[in-house]
Design a protein around this ligand. Structure first.
Ligand code: SOE
Length: 385
């Protein structure tokens, strides 16, 4: 049995601990270090999570030669800088999305990662659901026939009130796009993964429902409610709460999706329907073990995730027998598993096909988001470069 791969995590917010939890389920990877911009917080979190080393800045972590892989779980404006430094230090890198705040930056990262021959991944975790593997294989086997339409939405409500506040709202921390970069990127990645088709053109409408929001002093964690306060600061917000985007795929087929973070009652509702020439399918991630299958000439069906019933290619992504609740943590684990197996087996991105989203996908996602923003500004169809 070989040595465990050693990983270091940068960032201690909502998603850093989710990476750690998923990595720990693998067994052959050890998280040995945690970095935060504040040493006291890094030490406190590292102790809570039983991680031996704590760093007050990511640069010191990169100097530790024992660490082979870095997870970038920081706010969006730091993604470029940290991803770049990790690559130059020769570390394999798994970054949170969006890969950077512009396609110019993400393109540079992709080029650098190739030059330095490191394994690069982006945490587009929704494609890692067992049902998404199953659907991807069904489509490869032509079960749906020609794909005509892909439509759906990704809706949340944690930004519904003007008193909801988070760093993602601010352009200088979250980037010029919010709902699209934060959750639209997941929707686009998931449907492009399952269909195997790239988004080629977009036409978009965006809206900032609350152009001014109220912030209590201090920062708030993603999904956390602000405390009620007597006094707030009024903060202008220019990033979008809502977007609807018409899509043309590279083969000319059509689609449309809506993203919103102001939809009461919708917590993390990513869903889509695909209409093919033989059948339709509908899936939503809050009920991930079921997929609706629609026919014109026979009764509709519901497919239940079960290793005994799935196609061979999808079975490895289910860790429990059918009927045993699976979900978000399993999709996270699958992402980590594919990324780390690739490293463990000494594979190279120039020779081997990865089963995880790479910087190639992260860069492409930046190009799609930019084209959507440009389409809204110019009120025209825009090609995705
Ligand atoms: C907040 O919108 C968020 O945590 C996203 O940043 C994640 O990527 C998504 O998986 C859940 O919602």
């Amino acid at each position: 049995m070989g040595n465990k791969i050693k990983a270091g995590i940068v960032g201690t917010g909502f998603i850093g601990p989710a990476h750690i939890e998923a990595i720990r389920r693998l067994g052959f990877v050890e998280v040995i270090a945690l970095a935060d911009s504040d040493m006291e917080n890094a030490r406190k979190k590292a102790d809570e999570l039983h991680i031996p080393l704590a760093y007050g800045n990511y640069q010191d972590m990169l100097n530790n030669d024992d660490i082979q892989v870095i997870h970038n779980c920081t706010p969006n404006h730091l993604h470029f800088e940290i991803n770049k430094a990790a690559i130059v230090a020769g570390k394999h890198i798994l970054s949170e999305k969006p890969l950077a705040v512009s396609s110019e930056e993400s393109g540079e990262l992709l080029k650098l990662a190739k030059q330095h021959q490191v394994v690069h991944g982006v945490n587009f975790n929704y494609r890692q659901y067992p049902m998404m593997k199953q659907l991807n294989q069904m489509i490869k086997e032509d079960e749906l026939g020609d794909l005509y339409l892909v439509h759906g939405s990704y809706l949340q409500d944690w930004m519904l009130y003007d008193t909801d506040f988070n760093w993602r709202l601010l352009g200088n921390l979250g980037g010029q796009s919010r709902a699209l970069a934060d959750i639209g990127s997941h929707w686009c990645d998931t449907v492009q993964y399952v269909t195997g088709k790239k988004i080629a053109k977009v036409f978009a409408d965006l809206w900032t429902v609350h152009p001014v929001r109220k912030r209590v002093k201090g920062s708030s964690l993603t999904f956390a409610k602000q405390q009620q306060a007597e006094e707030y600061d009024e903060i202008p917000v220019s990033t979008e709460d809502y977007a609807s985007v018409l899509i043309r795929f590279e083969d000319g087929s059509r689609g449309v999706f809506t993203v919103s973070q102001v939809s009461a009652g919708r917590k993390n509702a990513l869903s889509f329907e695909i209409n093919g020439s033989k059948k339709s399918v509908y899936w939503q991630q809050e009920n991930p073990a079921q997929m609706w299958i629609g026919y014109r000439d026979q009764p509709n069906e519901s497919l239940i995730a079960d290793p005994a019933l799935f196609l061979q290619e999808a079975r490895g992504s289910i860790h429990h027998p059918g009927g045993h609740g699976e979900g978000w943590p399993d999709a996270m684990k699958n992402g980590m598993l594919h990324f780390y197996r690739f490293i463990y087996e000494g594979k190279s991105l120039s020779l081997d096909k990865p089963e995880f989203a790479t910087f190639e996908d992260g860069h492409r996602s930046m190009c799609v988001t930019e084209a959507i923003l440009k389409s809204y500004q110019t009120q025209q169809w825009v090609d995705v470069n």
